[in-house]
Design a protein around this ligand. Sequence first.
Ligand code: NI
Length: 160
Amino acid sequence: MALRNILPDTNELLHKECKKVTIFDDNLRTLIDDMRETMYANKGVGLAAPQVGILKQVCVVDTGENNYTELVNPEIIYKKGMCNDVEGCLSIQGVWGYVDRPKKIIVKAFDRFGKEITVRASDYYARAICHEIDHLHGIVFTDIMTERFVPKKKEKGEEK
Ligand code: NI
């Protein structure tokens, strides 16, 4: 396994449609292992293949709630509700913004061996998956955010 470099969103690869995976081989599994390691090393809650320069429909998510998920060719087949909340991105340092996302989703995808899987997600987990799936279609959150979020600066002497 190896850490991969995360591209900034100024790189054109982050704005392109990714290709569906058709071959479930060791190269794919190495990519997924590397993406997982890279996500954890950067304390991210998700990472999509184009962020490491690979235009394939592959992403990983872990919101820290014991829900590590690998998705190949993911497709949202059901959405319910709507929620506006803050998100950020490992490719866009220092920027956060409010984005509308469904509250609940069902995603159809494949695992690393080409087996079909179904993932049900809600709230923050659903948000993270939607964010990563957007990456696979060349969309970054700043393209669709409703408002920028500016963290409050701590005043001198203010308690934590
Ligand atoms: Ni992102």
